[in-house]
Write a protein that binds this ligand. Structure first.
Ligand SMILES: Nc1ncnc2c1ncn2[C@@H]1O[C@H](COP(=O)(O)OP(=O)(O)OP(=O)(O)O)[C@@H](O)[C@H]1O
Length: 227
């Protein structure tokens, strides 16, 4: 499989001066305070920082799942922020794979059906062949299994298969290894690293020292700012 349409070194994720305010129960939180970053194809970047420092908010803004109140996000050369939700959804389907710590899978679908569900949203040229993807992630034997019967490591890799089903140039993973044993964490990080070698830009928000150790560089957030 060699589909990612990015040359290593191309800038694929750009954030300029991102601000994000939340207002809840009369409390105002400034979750991002002028965050700027650039990530190139072939780079694996850890987003680290204490709890509440803004890691998830940053990834949600980079995925177009949340809208920054100020600043802008560009992905694969296209503006993602301040666009209608339908446009953001299309850009996400075309370029971005999102992986969360949990809830990446639809419970009543098998692993292969979960991957096919995402593939349907994707332009034909960007559809990664399902058997090849599952075997690359070590999931061929559980392709027809339901999520409830998978081990923790298999569940994480199946979530990754869903995130990679559109051959994304950008992978955004929010604590993808948070609940995994060290061997499964290592496997997931190796797979992310392999995707990176194919030209994708990979950002992983995590508290894990293993993620830091495996990354090309670390973006450290403190109180909504890059340290
Ligand atoms: N939807 C929301 N409404 C109100 N406040 C929010 C919302 N989402 C995040 N926040 C606040 O924004 C700040 C940053 O939260 P965020 O989840 O981005 O941090 P984080 O670094 O990912 O934390 P953790 O490591 O615990 O996941 C926190 O103070 C949080 O309480």
């Amino acid at each position: 499989m060699d589909l990612v349409t990015v040359d290593p070194g191309d800038e694929v994720v750009t954030a300029v001066e991102l601000y994000r305010f939340y207002r809840a129960a009369g409390e105002e939180t400034l979750a991002l305070r002028g965050v700027s970053l650039r990530v190139c194809g072939g780079e694996m970047v850890a987003v680290a920082g204490p709890s509440g420092s803004g890691k998830s908010t940053l990834l949600a803004c980079l995925a177009g799942l949340d809208e920054p109140d100020g600043g802008m996000v560009r992905v694969h050369g296209e503006a993602l922020s301040h666009r209608p939700e339908t446009v953001r959804a299309r850009l996400r389907a075309d370029h971005i794979g999102v992986l969360f710590q949990q809830d990446n899978l639809v419970e009543h679908l098998t692993v292969a059906q979960n991957v096919r569900l995402v593939r349907r949203l994707v332009a034909p040229a960007r559809r990664v062949p399902v058997p090849a993807l599952l075997s690359r992630l070590g999931l061929a034997a559980v392709a027809d299994s339901y999520p409830s019967s998978l081990s923790g490591g298999e569940t994480a890799r199946a979530g990754l298969a869903v995130a990679l089903a559109n051959d994304p140039a950008v992978v955004l993973a929010d604590e993808p290894t948070g609940e995994l044993d060290p061997a499964s964490e290592h496997a997931v990080l190796e797979l992310l690293r392999a995707w990176c070698r194919r030209g994708a830009a990979v950002l992983v928000a995590s508290h894990s020292p293993a993620v830091r150790a495996r990354a090309d560089r670390v973006i450290e957030l403190v109180d909504g700012r890059v340290l």
